[in-house]
Design a protein around this ligand. Structure first.
Ligand SMILES: [Mn+2]
Length: 433
């Protein structure tokens, strides 16, 4: 289903007066502080986040999976769903595929379909955390770290194959996330598991085109695990350094132990030039994959505060591209109760809000206060930005790009989920979760 500009325009017309009022009020406040609202709006417009193909259906809980109906049953329908989100929000201009579920049967047709929605192909994702049908060797005891060379080789070849699919679609990166680890003490020789993983990653790295990037994800734990081969950002960073300049660490917000200072990790990785990108989500206890900003919005803001600071500090080293385009932004969440498309729109909004708030931080004043060890003032400066209601800025960015002032409002008014259920059925279950 294609959402036409007319439908969106007509909807916006009805909200226009209320929106104009809110935007004018905020603009006035910002003007008084010497901040140009229009410049902020442009930056927000440029900030695009990829949607992974596995986030479009209802995810499983530990105890069951409850379909929400009308889920996409194939790659074409997944692209259609991201197309809907992008048309409404104008902030999800890319889709991230997961192989083997998203192998295109007709690459050209898939590319054209994505283009028709203004979507590009973000990082490709490999999967060596479960066995596929007719796979000669099992990943039961690991993949890239496995003690047996033939298993490692199979996992390497899978990743190389993923790169080939990505090349055909115009993707420029691969994300490697490993479920490799041990369940009991003594099961792994930690050093050898690391060395095998490094050697395997190097082989994949060498198989990448020169203009590709590799993102190495880390995660400290899994249920039923004793150790992970890549448990933390330090291990990921050292593996990335062991591969080469186009290998980076990828930070998934849910992949940290409770109370980890993620913003500090971000700052150091950026300084090292090794931050590849983000998987956004939120969590209360662990890798809960909750809606971005639903639990810890202040943490999200603090992360963006480091990103904005780091990007301005390193922008003179980078190319003519806007600084944000050098990092890969993706939502990596799961939707068990909410309509995934609504949930993703909430996440996109939370990301842009945090970004906008971070852009409001008075950097000069903050640096001055830091140099004077004026701790109270430092906190005041950060919280003044965080407590600004930037929603009119975000809505204005969306409106100017051709999106809906209130995307979820229009989504509900058009009864899109009902239509998807009519087209695809109630019981279809999305793959790749
Ligand atoms: Mn992730």
């Amino acid at each position: 289903m294609q959402l036409t500009k007319d439908i969106i325009q007509e909807y916006n017309n009805r909200l226009q007066d209320q929106h104009n009022e809110a935007f004018a009020f905020l603009k006035l406040q910002l003007d008084k502080k010497g901040i140009a609202a229009n410049t902020l709006v442009e930056k927000i417009q440029d900030f695009q986040v990829a949607i992974p193909s596995w986030a479009l259906g209802a995810g499983g809980t530990r105890f069951g999976r409850f379909s929400i109906g009308g889920e996409p049953g194939n790659l074409e329908e997944k692209i259609d769903d991201v197309g809907i989100i992008h048309a409404l929000t104008q902030s999800a201009g890319a889709i991230s595929l997961h192989i083997p579920w998203d192998i295109p049967k007709d690459t050209l047709a898939i590319k054209q379909r994505a283009e028709s929605y203004g979507l590009s192909f973000d990082a490709m994702n490999s999967n060596t955390f479960q066995d596929q049908k007719n796979q000669p060797h099992s990943y039961q005891f690991g993949s890239l770290c496995h003690v047996d060379k033939v298993v490692r080789q199979q996992a390497i070849e899978h990743n190389l194959e993923v790169i080939e699919y990505g090349k055909a679609l115009g993707s420029k990166s691969i994300t490697v996330w490993l479920a490799d680890g041990s369940s009991f003490p003594g099961q792994h020789n930690f050093r050898k598991a690391y060395q095998n993983t490094q050697a395997s990653l190097q082989e994949i790295y060498c198989g990448m085109p020169e203009d590709w990037r590799m993102f190495i994800e880390y995660k400290p734990y899994e249920p039923y695990f004793y150790s992970m081969v890549i448990p933390d950002w330090g291990t990921s960073l050292s593996l990335a350094e062991g591969c080469g300049k186009n290998a980076y660490t990828l930070v998934d917000l849910g992949h940290h132990l409770p109370n980890t200072n993620i913003e500090q990790i971000v700052a150091i990785l950026m300084m090292k030039g090794k931050l590849g990108g983000f998987h956004f989500n939120d969590s209360k206890y662990g890798d809960d994959d909750l809606t971005v900003g639903s639990i810890k919005p202040y943490q999200l803001f603090l992360i963006f505060n480091e990103l904005v600071e780091g990007m301005s500090a390193t922008s003179n080293l980078q190319t003519s591209k806007p600084p944000t385009s050098n990092l890969a932004w993706m939502i990596d969440a799961s939707h068990n109760l909410k309509d995934p498309l609504e949930d993703l729109m909430q996440s996109l909004e939370a990301i842009r809000i945090a970004y906008a708030q971070a852009l409001l931080v008075d950097r000069e004043a903050l640096e001055e206060a830091q140099l004077e060890n004026d701790v109270t003032r430092c906190q005041e400066i950060l919280q003044a930005a965080y407590r600004t209601d930037v929603r009119p800025l975000v809505a204005e960015a969306r409106r100017l790009s051709g999106g809906a002032i209130d995307p979820i409002g229009l989504y509900r008014q058009l009864e899109i989920r009902k239509q998807l259920i009519k087209e695809r059925g109630v019981h279809v279950v999305a793959t790749g979760l």
